[in-house]
Design a protein around this ligand. Sequence first.
Ligand code: NAP
Length: 247
Amino acid sequence: MKFSGTNVLITGASRGIGAQIAKILASYGLKVWINYRSGADEALKVKEEIEAAGGKAAVIQADVTKEEEFVAAVKVIVESDGELAYLVNNAGITKDKLALRMSVDDFTDVITANLTSAFIGCKEALKTMSKKKFGSVVNISSIVGEMGNPGQTNYSASKGGLNAMTKSFAKEAASRGIRYNAVTPGFIQTDMTHELKEEVKAEYEKNIPLKRFGNPSEVAEAVAFLLSDSSSYITGEVLKVNGGLYV
Ligand code: NAP
C-alpha cells in the first residue's frame, strides 16, 4: 500500500487493536506515534518491537479526553516531524451495565472517552492537515454503534455518534483534501473482550457467519487501507470488519 504522508498518531496504542495498528502501519513505512494514557511500559514495548523489525516509532503520553493534553501531543508531533499526515482515533473504554442500573456518570464517562476525545482529535487534525491540504483520519468505532447491545447504552451511543460525526467531518474537510472514515469492528480478541464469560463468547461465535472472533491485525489492515492512497476516493465511509455478524 502506498502512503503519500510520512507519519501517523494512533491514540490508545499501548495494547490491543491500537498496538496492532501501530505495528502494521510501521511495516508499511510510516513513522508511528504510539499514544498511551497510563501504560508507559506497554507502549515502550510496542515501540521496541517496531524498531526491532526496522520500523520508526515514538511514544507520546496524553489522556486524550483532556483537550489540552491531546492538543499538546499533536503540537509535539508537528514540531518534530513538520506534519501530522494521518490520525487514528482508537482510544476507547467500556462501562457496561443495564440501563436501569447505569448512572449518568457511567454514561457521560464513556461518551467523553470514546466520542469527545475523537472530536478533539478530528478537529486538531483538520487544523494542522489543512495547512498541507492533505491528510486522512480513521475513527475506530464499533458494530455496537450500528446494531445496539444490551448493557451498552453508553457505548452504543458513543459509537453511533462517532459514525455520524465521521460523516460530518468528511463533508466539512473534503474541500481541504482531508478524508475522514470509520471502521466498525465486531468482536475482536483483545483485553476488552477477554472479560467476557466463555459461554457468552461461545454464544456470540455461533451467530458470527465466519464463526470466530476477529484478530486485531484484521482491523489494522482495514485501517491501513482507509489511510492509504489506495482509498483516495473514499471519505465519510463506515467500513464493517465484523465477520458478517451485522451486514
Ligand atoms: P483495549 O485493549 O482495552 O485498549 C484500549 C486502549 O485505549 C489502551 O491502550 C488504553 O490505554 C487506551 N485508552 C483508553 N482511554 C484512554 C485515554 N483517555 N487516553 C489515551 N488512551 C486511552 O481496547 P481494544 O479492544 O484494543 O479497543 C480499541 C478500540 O476498538 C476502542 O475504541 C474500542 O471501542 C474499539 N473496539 C473494540 C472491539 C473489540 O472487540 N475489542 C470491538 C469493536 C470496537 P491505557 O491502558 O494507557 O489506559
